[in-house]
Design a protein around this ligand. Structure first.
Ligand code: AMP
Ligand code: ZN
Length: 726
């Protein structure tokens, strides 16, 4: 039987259901005022695999997944950036309930695209306010909770088991973990809110014995899990970030209410990282399923990818890994399709079927070893069992894997006239008329079909969306996969480099200004289309077709600024590199003057907009002065390409653009080069939309983080300041 790592007991525990034959499982569900990101979806996949593993072994799983449409919202609305979504929806005349409904539908659609089995019950928090109030009332009655001015708090000191799940058992750890906000109404800063008094003007509120208010975050899960699964149930799942305070609070509430243990097994999925760091909207790496579909990637490729790591290990998501998963999935499906078409005598080899099944379940039951199960699947594919036996076993495996392997037979069906063409082609080949046969194949390819010739005849299937998409333009997923031309000889005089991410109008203005003023010089324009989603990529393709000086590389998602700029730097072939920001425009001959300044080998960087500092902490504009500066702003940043050999590329830990220019300027200074401003250089600044589109709090925080990166490296290097070098 299935064993899972129990966060509560800190060991592998076997799933033993209270009610024989039926396992009860509660999953902390989505907060529905935004799309679930792929990290959230990884948590739900984990729960789905638990459920499937139990079901294929004959158990019924009574699965409940809540929909958080209140409580959590209040706190997160205040978070930077996200209030915009709600604000926009409200501006469209939508109510919070409509927003919740909209995102609930999208969530369910995402789950079904991932073949996540629909839970038996999907209770909404707002439908269970009375149940929450009942529990809170009871907690007050038995002395675990107290009321102050319309607020009700849980008194942590009264519950001896508090901390048993997260291990935050000492007072200091708890205080640290809750990052105490000083609420003078609480008896103890560790106490948490069960019911909160509605502030004036609040729309989402309900009557209660303590006046109008709304529930705290944790109480909804106590109320709904007990209502639908009873006072004792088997499994509770969530992501590791739920352990504290959410689940610790839930235990205190539920056990305070029932007087006995409620959940037997607590299972927590580790986080999904993206490009090596925590996912965040502002970092541009908080991906949703739609981002994949836009690229023709099957959502089930993400399911496949999540199988490559056990749920208790962090998984680093990259588009490269996702594409590899997509290829793996396609290969697997193609084999199933191939074997499904064989007309062999079905002599079922029951003994080997049982053996494969046992091995598979052994792995799945061992704390959900999906990487092992996937490896076994490929071992089966490569085995010398007859094709139809393999399909039979794969069908069983797929009950757990959930990769819709059977669906391929239907999905690969082709119209009768296409089938006839393939037969005609086989006839031509048989008659040795290979040229005509090849033409016919090319014709079918054009129409979107793949013809495969095998020893047992020719097969035809439609191309998948993924295969069709790859015929458009090619994309890169990281800077590491782009070859470096840094050591190759100059092929032209100037390379204008820029990174474009949306705002097509700005991008076109910048590229056109570069092309105009490159006339009369030898030069090229190298653009990295950094995951644009507004048609900027198409514009750039058109420009590249119309003018051979333009070269475009498309990133398949938004890469960090440092990484995207490095792709530009690696691909430039000019003697001088002029890095431009898309908000800037070249309005005169920039190239001649830049070349003249750079003729002095002591000068590393030149540009119109310099920055100075006295203490490395405060940088100020060069204010139209020319001469030595401490940094050059990214609007226009020019240097000889050969410098890349000793200065190096940019630091890719800078995902956000701000302060990356300071950092890179210091790379030049560190190698002894001067940074020089010439305010007469003809560059005009326009609105910097990447900046103005970001909410203030968010951009300040991102800037601060980047400045920290800068200071960590250069904070002690006052010797590099222009003022100290004169
Ligand atoms: P939320 O919608 O924020 O309440 O989160 C829904 C579920 O996703 C919770 O179980 C979280 O613990 C989980 N979760 C949040 N972020 C991640 C992540 N980066 N990777 C995996 N799971 C996550
Ligand atoms: Zn919950």
């Amino acid at each position: 039987m299935l064993k899972l790592y129990n966060t509560l007991t800190k060991r592998l525990d076997e799933v033993r259901s209270v009610e024989p034959g039926t396992v009860s499982m509660y999953t902390c569900g989505p907060t529905v005022y935004r799309d679930a990101h792929i990290g959230n979806l990884r948590s739900y996949l984990m729960a789905d695999w638990i459920r499937r593993v139990l079901e294929v072994q004959g158990l019924t799983v009574n699965h409940v997944k809540n929909i958080t449409d209140v409580g959590h919202m209040r706190q997160e609305v205040l978070e930077r950036g996200e209030d915009k979504v709600i604000a926009a929806a409200i501006a469209e005349g939508k109510t919070p309930a409509q927003i919740a409904e909209f995102y609930t539908d999208r969530f369910l659609r995402d789950e079904s695209r991932l073949s996540i089995t629909r839970p038996k019950v999907l209770p909404k928090a707002t439908d269970h306010i009375q149940e929450m109030v009942d529990i809170v009332e009871r907690l007050v009655e038995v002395g675990y909770a107290y009321e102050v001015e319309g607020n009700v708090y849980y008194e942590v000191a009264k519950f001896p088991g508090y901390g048993k799940l997260s291990g935050n058992i000492h007072e200091a750890e708890l205080l640290e973990a809750v990052r105490v906000e000083p609420d003078p109404l609480k008896r103890d800063p560790r106490d948490f809110t069960l019911w909160k008094k509605a502030e004036p003007g609040r729309e989402l509120k309900w009557p209660s014995p303590w006046g109008d208010g709304f529930p705290g975050w944790h109480i909804e899960c106590s109320a709904m899990s007990i209502k639908y699964l009873g006072r004792r149930f088997d499994i509770h799942t969530g992501g590791v970030d739920n352990i504290f305070p959410h689940h610790e609070g839930e235990i205190a509430q539920s056990e305070g209410f029932t007087g006995e243990p409620v959940v037997s097994l607590w299972v927590h999925g580790q986080h999904l990282l993206a490009d090596g760091v925590k996912m965040a909207k502002s970092a541009g790496n908080s991906f949703i399923l739609e981002d994949f579909e836009a690229q023709g990637i099957d959502p089930l490729a993400f399911r496949y990818l999540c199988m490559t790591a056990q749920y208790r290990t962090r998984l680093n998501f990259t588009f490269g890994a996702l594409k590899a998963a997509q290829r793996g999935l396609l290969r697997l499906r193609n084999r199933v399709w191939e074997w499904s078409q064989l007309h062999e005598l079905p002599e079922s080899d029951t003994q080997s079927i049982t053996q494969w099944r046992d091995r598979f379940l052994g792995l799945a039951n061992d704390n959900l070893n999906m990487p092992g199960a996937l490896a076994l699947t490929w071992e089966l594919v490569g085995s010398d069992l007859p094709g139809h036996t393999k399909v039979q076993i794969l069908r069983e495996f797929d009950g757990v894997l959930g990769l819709d392997l059977e669906g391929v037979v239907e999905a690969y069906r082709v119209p009768a006239e296409i089938q006839r063409l393939v037969e005609r082609r086989a006839g031509l080949r048989g008659a040795g008329r290979y040229k005509e046969a090849d033409d016919l194949r090319a014709d079918l390819d054009q129409q979107g079909y793949v013809v495969e010739d095998t020893s047992s005849g020719s097969r035809v299937r439609p191309k998948t969306r993924w295969e069709k998409r790859r015929e458009g333009w090619s994309t890169v997923s990281s800077s590491a996969e782009v070859p470096s031309l840094v050591d190759s000889p100059d092929e032209t005089d100037f390379s204008v480099g820029l990174v474009a991410c949306n705002y097509a109008g700005d991008v076109v203005r910048c590229v056109e200004s570069a092309l105009r003023w490159l006339d009369g010089h030898r030069g090229e324009v190298v653009v990295v289309d950094n995951g644009s989603a507004d048609g900027t990529g198409d514009w750039l393709e058109q420009m590249a077709k119309a003018d051979p000086r333009v070269r475009v590389l498309h990133a398949d998602h938004v890469l960090g600024e440092g990484a995207a700029k490095n792709i530009v730097l690696k691909q430039c072939r000019g003697k001088t590199i002029v890095m431009m920001d898309t908000s800037a425009e070249i309005v005169g001959d920039l190239f001649g003057p830049v070349d003249k300044v750079l003729a002095d080998d002591a000068v590393g960087v030149v540009g119109p907009f310099g920055l100075r500092t006295d203490d490395l902490h405060h940088f100020h504009d060069g204010e139209g002065e020319s001469g030595d500066m401490d940094a050059m702003q990214a609007y226009s940043f020019c240097f000889r390409r050969t410098r890349l050999k000793d200065v190096g590329l940019m630091r890719e830990s800078f995902r956000f653009y701000r302060n990356l220019d300071l950092d890179y300027s210091f790379h030049f200074k560190d190698k002894g080069y001067r940074v020089v401003a010439d305010p007469a250089l003809p560059v005009r600044q326009h609105e910097h939309r990447v900046w103005s589109a970001l909410p203030e709090g968010e951009r300040d925080e991102l800037s601060r983080k980047n400045f920290r990166r800068f200071l960590d490296k250069w904070g002690g290097r006052a010797d590099l300041l222009a003022s100290n070098q004169k």
